[in-house]
Ligand binder design. Sequence first.
Ligand code: BYC
Length: 309
Amino acid sequence: MTEEAKLQEFEARVNRGDKVEPGDWMPEDYRKNLIRMISQHAHSEIVGALPEGTWIPYAPNFKRKMALIAKVQDEVGHGQMLYKAAETLGVSREEMINDLLMGRATYSNVFNYPAETWADVAIIGWLIDGAAIVNQTKLLLGSYGPYARAMERICYEEGFHLKQGYDAICEMMAGTKNQRDLVQDALNRWWWPIMMFFGPRDKDSVHSAQLMRWKVKIKSNDELRQEFLGKFVPKIRAFGLVIPDPELRYDEEKGEWLFTEPDWDEFKRVIRGNGPMNKERIAVRRLAHDEGRWVREALERFVEEGKMA
Ligand code: BYC
């Protein structure tokens, strides 16, 4: 079979809704893009555990602390599942982690901002996990089997994370003026990074067209951003919170949300390593990686000696 014929057959399979599995023939660009996207996703889960993880010792009570520990542990678990899915494409976990530590790989823009107060933890749980659910419930329909299957469990767990964040917001919004002010302040700071979370506008997106053709992405960045706004703006406003965008409104005629574009130059700076927290996030990851070396080496020895599968 010629390469062209293989490509046609591949695209026909994907169009029928069949899943692509690790041993199957796939275009090199499909494989490379999936490695880029899944490893970036895995790094986001691991680095994403840091802003909330920092707050575990300061959680306001034991119930909140337990829930936050469980959530952070879930996020790290998601990272492991995603590294495993990426490994099926012929890249090793060591390579992916090295790329992250050496600054060659990126992760979600949102995790390069500080979590300044407990209200930030609540906003992350509610709105960043909420945004992630909007994105990931589409990825779960994607064409690559191992990625789509990892998404099933991840989405299930993200549902609890969202409830955890929402519950913390409810409590703070029913509390004192100071608590409500903390939530408003956190919303003001997180709103723009969240708007950027879905990626650049469709007209500036580099990979969307090809990835949608191969059903890796099911919806475009703009479609997902619109879906997020439709789901969350009414809920945010129902609390009496003010979204820091005076232009934000639903245009009935166009059938879409109108909003101020976030600062896309800031987005580029942040994803290229120059956001407020990039250096600290990577330094913490590097420390954890170095301090965990003896565990990895001990496990490798254990496996070599046949004591563990
Ligand atoms: N952040 O062509 P485009 C979580 C980059 S964690 C950084 O539209 P694509 C959680 C993009 O990589 C879940 N970079 O790209 C964890 C590309 O640059 P390169 C995180 C971004 O791939 C802990 C360039 O911009 N979710 O939920 O078609 C606690 C052009 O973009 C971002 C995922 O990872 C960004 N936001 O679409 C709480 C979802 N956006 O690589 C919660 C999986 C774009 O060419 N990923 N870039 O140098 C995706 O769905 C897609 O990759 C994206 C971007 C929608 C993010």
